[in-house]
Design a protein around this ligand. Sequence first.
Ligand SMILES: *[C@@H]1O[C@H](CO)[C@@H](O)[C@H](O)[C@H]1NC(C)=O
Ligand SMILES: *[C@@H]1O[C@H](CO)[C@@H](O)[C@H](O)[C@H]1NC(C)=O
Ligand SMILES: *[C@@H]1O[C@H](CO)[C@@H](O)[C@H](O)[C@H]1NC(C)=O
Ligand SMILES: *[C@@H]1O[C@H](CO)[C@@H](O)[C@H](O)[C@H]1NC(C)=O
Ligand SMILES: *[C@@H]1O[C@H](CO)[C@@H](O)[C@H](O)[C@H]1NC(C)=O
Ligand SMILES: *[C@@H]1O[C@H](CO)[C@@H](O)[C@H](O)[C@H]1NC(C)=O
Ligand SMILES: *[C@@H]1O[C@H](CO)[C@@H](O)[C@H](O)[C@H]1NC(C)=O
Ligand SMILES: *[C@@H]1O[C@H](CO)[C@@H](O)[C@H](O)[C@H]1NC(C)=O
Ligand SMILES: *[C@@H]1O[C@H](CO)[C@@H](O)[C@H](O)[C@H]1NC(C)=O
Ligand SMILES: *[C@@H]1O[C@H](CO)[C@@H](O)[C@H](O)[C@H]1NC(C)=O
Ligand SMILES: *[C@@H]1O[C@H](CO)[C@@H](O)[C@H](O)[C@H]1NC(C)=O
Ligand SMILES: *[C@@H]1O[C@H](CO)[C@@H](O)[C@H](O)[C@H]1NC(C)=O
Length: 465
Amino acid sequence: MKALSLLSALAIFSGVQAGVPLEPENGKIYFGAWYARPNGDTPAAINTRVGKKLAMFQSDFNITDTINEGNPLQFLQQMDETKSDAIMYLTAYPMYGFDSVTDKAIDDLANLVANVTNSGRRVFLRYASEMNGNWFAYGRQPRKFIDSFRKVVTAVRSKSKPETVAIVWAPNSSNGYPFANDPAKYPYPAPLINSSHPDWDILDTNGDGQLTVQDDPYSPYYPGDDYVDWVGMSQYHYGSVFSDKYDAWVDNSLPNGDQIHQMIRGGNNKTLYDFYGMFCEGGKTNASQGGKPFQLTETGSTFHIRLRNETEYADPGPGRVAIKKAWWEQFLNEAFITQFPHFKAFNFFEFQKYEESSLRDFTNLGPNPSTLDPFTGAQIVNETNAVLDAFLADLPNFEMHLIWGNDSDIDSKKPKQNETAGGNGTGQPNSPSGSVNLSGAEGSRVGLAAILGAVAVGLVGLVVV
Ligand SMILES: *[C@@H]1O[C@H](CO)[C@@H](O)[C@H](O)[C@H]1NC(C)=O
Ligand SMILES: *[C@@H]1O[C@H](CO)[C@@H](O)[C@H](O)[C@H]1NC(C)=O
Ligand SMILES: *[C@@H]1O[C@H](CO)[C@@H](O)[C@H](O)[C@H]1NC(C)=O
Ligand SMILES: *[C@@H]1O[C@H](CO)[C@@H](O)[C@H](O)[C@H]1NC(C)=O
Ligand SMILES: *[C@@H]1O[C@H](CO)[C@@H](O)[C@H](O)[C@H]1NC(C)=O
Ligand SMILES: *[C@@H]1O[C@H](CO)[C@@H](O)[C@H](O)[C@H]1NC(C)=O
Ligand SMILES: *[C@@H]1O[C@H](CO)[C@@H](O)[C@H](O)[C@H]1NC(C)=O
Ligand SMILES: *[C@@H]1O[C@H](CO)[C@@H](O)[C@H](O)[C@H]1NC(C)=O
Ligand SMILES: *[C@@H]1O[C@H](CO)[C@@H](O)[C@H](O)[C@H]1NC(C)=O
Ligand SMILES: *[C@@H]1O[C@H](CO)[C@@H](O)[C@H](O)[C@H]1NC(C)=O
Ligand SMILES: *[C@@H]1O[C@H](CO)[C@@H](O)[C@H](O)[C@H]1NC(C)=O
Ligand SMILES: *[C@@H]1O[C@H](CO)[C@@H](O)[C@H](O)[C@H]1NC(C)=O
């Protein structure tokens, strides 16, 4: 806590918070999609289906001792194929834990980002998302998370111009926190949490000797304002009744009308903490001064197509269109946008995937090349355009708030001439091994942030260790 207030104090002195990368004016929202790359969907195909170019596309890859698991270069290529200036939204998963992430891989990641930004495309980078959950090997280890996150941020910022890359810090929304100790459920589970967990002291925020919904599910993982440009969270609707039989949500039902609002603001018994107040408005805790733009990093309302071990399709309940429309209308409406002026981006999660105990359709911009039926191997549903048609019909009600992509001929293999080589505007093409002298970045937010960061890390080291 003390270390964090030092960080904040440094931030105030330096004026570091001026000019958040990629932040649009209030009331303007980037419209993006996390596209089903493994299933053969593409950004260009989504643009064709929607009839307009989206402002950003998300995809993921894993980072260990390499960044090549997940074929990031295919992602770059598919971004170029949109012939647009869409922002590349990189999600990097340290899927096998922080200990397996090497400095070399972090350097490669920074070089990859620099290659993209030097070509003229802007980047959102989301590293180790949902780090407060129990379903990833890197989950629930705040000290290792913060250490690794800061390393990644420092490396990336040292090689790209400040205004071209925005760092996103994004825990899972906290309903269900601290999530069960059920490692058997996940292929790469987080360590168990009990009082011998090495970070127990900072996880048990109220010091009552147990980890419960009363403990702050966010702040222990916050790397500090200097290392974060945007904040966001994953938000989904899975169903209304937890099924013991399937050990998951499997019912097709409408989300509560204020579900997203409650996840952002807290205030019900499952989510006590006010995320938006803490990180966007600020002044609520010592973790952050606030002022961060907010995004729904990945979001969707689930339609369960088929349940585990059942041959029949699931009961559609109120129907696929109604379930999805009731979700996007929660945040794409005038009242919500007015109430949350820092809300400035969202990504629809455009996947159909077999997850937990059902084949789930999260998509809004389908039909897309869908998952195959795990039982028959055939295409599972006779998809229609119904959800996309409903979305397009609704669009005039909120389109004035959306930011679209623009025509552009960016080639991520070609650095633009006269663009930065790595932070200081020398006009050199990016060199993968090039390093940057931070002193050259005078006046830029990143240069200062990185330098202060290094100082702050030293201070944190003194306080925490
Ligand atoms: C990352 O690793 C997980 C676990 O091995 C794997 O399921 C997933 O497909 C990998 N992601 C990518 C993009 O390759
Ligand atoms: C960056 O681009 C250079 C030149 O095209 C290429 O040699 C290098 O492999 C790229 N680095 C990454 C990490 O993609
Ligand atoms: C407590 O958690 C640690 C890991 O954090 C684990 O190794 C240990 O088995 C757990 N102990 C119990 C009794 O669950
Ligand atoms: C993440 O957040 C969602 C709500 O957005 C919640 O329902 C869920 O339990 C959390 N965990 C997982 C694994 O999604
Ligand atoms: C929330 O928790 C309080 C205290 O435990 C309890 O009195 C109240 O009924 C709960 N509210 C809901 C909606 O569950
Ligand atoms: C912030 O830190 C100060 C000084 O350590 C402390 O007095 C105050 O209670 C803290 N505020 C919050 C909201 O934690
Ligand atoms: C039900 O499905 C699960 C997961 O696919 C499988 O492990 C289990 O054996 C199945 N049970 C029956 C009775 O088919
Ligand atoms: C799929 O849907 C289309 C139109 O909704 C319909 O014409 C066609 O018969 C359906 N095919 C199957 C195999 O159900
Ligand atoms: C597209 O151009 C408009 C008008 O200049 C701009 O406001 C918007 O931010 C651009 N879109 C993207 C993705 O940058
Ligand atoms: C770079 O910029 C300078 C000055 O604006 C211009 O003279 C030169 O032609 C540019 N070089 C390239 C390769 O575009
Ligand atoms: C960085 O730049 C400063 C000022 O230009 C210079 O004094 C310093 O020696 C440089 N450091 C390195 C490592 O090149
Ligand atoms: C930019 O960096 C290069 C090498 O990294 C250095 O030679 C050059 O002097 C720097 N330019 C400025 C304006 O600081």
